[in-house]
Design a protein around this ligand. Structure first.
Ligand code: AMP
Length: 308
C-alpha cells in the first residue's frame, strides 16, 4: 500500500445542525482526511493535541493503518472549533476557533515519514504547511487545502505555498476570496498562475469542479436522502481524492478526473453521521459501489443531429 503524509488539525468540534448537536466530538482536518484516505492508503499523520485529549479516540484510525508517530502531545488545550449550520447546509457559521496548542506548534516530521511521495497539507496555518513540506525530501505530489481564517490571516504565506504544490482543493467561497474574483474559471486560473497545475473547487452538495491545465471536469454531489452533519466533508473529499491517487499510483489527468469522483463519494459518506464515525466503518467495496452510482447518474447517450 502507498502511504500519504498528512498535516492538519486534530480537533474537538462542537457542531449544531438542524438535525442535532454534538459537543467536543472528534474532528479536525487531519482526522477527517485520514478517516477517508485510509480506505485506500497508509497514512502518516503530523499534528498536535493538548494534554486534555483522550488519545483512545484515535484508536479506530490506528486500526486502519494511520501512523501517529508524528502526533505530538503537548501540555495545554487541544484545538477547538465550534460552528453552526442553518437549514442551507452549504453555508456554515464559525462560532469560535481556539488554536490552543497549535498556536506554538513547530512540527517535526519523523525520519520514517521523510521519503513520502504523497503529501496532503490539510487546513492549518500555512506556516506549518511550509514547515512540514521543508522536511519532506522529494514529494511526488502535494495537495493542499485552506480556509477563510488563513486567507485573511496569513495571505502572504499562503500565496508562497501555491508555488510549492500540485493541487489546491478549496470551496467556492474560499477561491473567490483568495483570488478576489467571482468567476470560478478565472479564479482557478489565478491560482494556477501561481503554481498548482490542478485546482478543485468544491461546491458542497452541488458537486466539485476540477481545473487541470486548460481542461474542466465536473462531478456532481451524491444526492443523499439524509444528511446529519457536513463538517469534514471537504477533508473527506480530499482524502478520497488523494487516497485514490496513491492507490492507483498515478496522477495523470485521467486519474485526476476519477479521483474527483472518489472524492465526491467520500465527501458524501462524511455527511451521514456526526463526526468521522461513518467514514470509520467504510471499506473499499462501499466506496466502489457508490462510485458506480456516480457513473450511472451522469451517463447519457449523445444524440446525433438529424441528417448526420
Ligand atoms: P471541513 O468541513 O471539511 O471544511 O472541515 C471541518 C474541520 O476543520 C473541523 O473538524 C474543524 O475542526 C477543522 N477546522 C475548522 N477551522 C479550522 C482552522 N482555522 N484551522 C484548522 N482546522 C480547522
Amino acid at each position: 500500500m502507498s502511504s500519504i503524509l498528512v498535516v492538519g488539525s486534530v480537533a474537538l468540534d462542537s457542531v449544531e445542525t438542524p438535525f442535532g448537536k454534538v459537543d467536543e466530538a472528534l474532528g479536525g482536518s487531519a482526522t477527517y482526511f485520514s478517516a477517508a484516505a485510509s480506505v485506500f492508503a497508509d497514512i502518516q499523520l503530523v499534528g498536535v493535541v493538548g494534554s486534555d485529549f483522550q488519545l483512545s479516540r484515535l484508536d479506530f484510525l490506528e486500526r486502519r493503518g494511520v501512523d501517529f508517530a508524528g502526533l505530538e502531545v503537548v501540555e495545554g488545550d487541544s484545538f477547538r472549533w465550534a460552528g453552526v449550520y442553518e437549514y442551507d447546509l452549504n453555508t456554515r457559521r464559525t462560532l469560535s476557533t481556539e488554536l490552543g496548542v497549535f498556536a506554538d506548534f513547530s512540527p517535526t516530521v519523523p525520519a520514517s515519514y521523510r521519503a513520502a511521495d504523497w503529501v496532503f497539507l490539510g487546513n492549518i496555518d500555512p506556516a506549518l504547511q511550509h514547515a512540514v513540506l521543508d522536511q519532506v525530501e522529494s514529494p511526488r505530489f502535494v495537495a493542499c487545502d485552506t480556509m477563510d481564517f488563513w486567507i485573511e490571516g496569513a495571505r502572504e504565506s499562503l500565496e508562497k505555498l501555491l508555488g510549492r504544490i500540485d493541487l489546491l482543493v478549496v470551496n467556492d467561497a474560499e477561491i473567490r476570496e483568495l483570488a478576489g474574483e467571482y468567476n470560478l474559471r478565472v479564479a482557478a486560473r489565478w491560482v494556477q498562475e501561481r503554481g498548482p497545475r490542478h485546482v478543485v473547487v468544491k461546491k458542497g452538495e452541488h458537486g466539485a469542479v476540477l481545473f487541470s491545465g486548460d481542461s474542466v471536469f465536473f462531478a456532481p454531489g451524491y444526492p443523499l436522502e439524509e444528511i446529519f452533519d457536513p463538517t469534514g466533508a471537504g477533508d473527506a473529499f480530499a482524502g478520497g481524492m488523494v487516497g485514490y491517487l496513491a492507490y492507483v499510483n498515478h496522477e495523470n489527468d485521467e486519474e485526476l478526473r476519477r479521483a474527483v469522483v472518489f472524492g465526491s463519494a467520500l465527501g458524501s459518506f462524511a455527511c451521514e453521521s456526526f463526526g468521522p464515525n461513518r467514514l470509520a466503518e467504510l471499506d473499499e467495496n462501499d466506496v466502489f459501489e457508490r462510485v458506480a452510482i456516480f457513473r450511472e447518474m451522469t451517463r447519457f447517450e449523445e444524440l446525433a443531429p438529424e441528417g448526420a
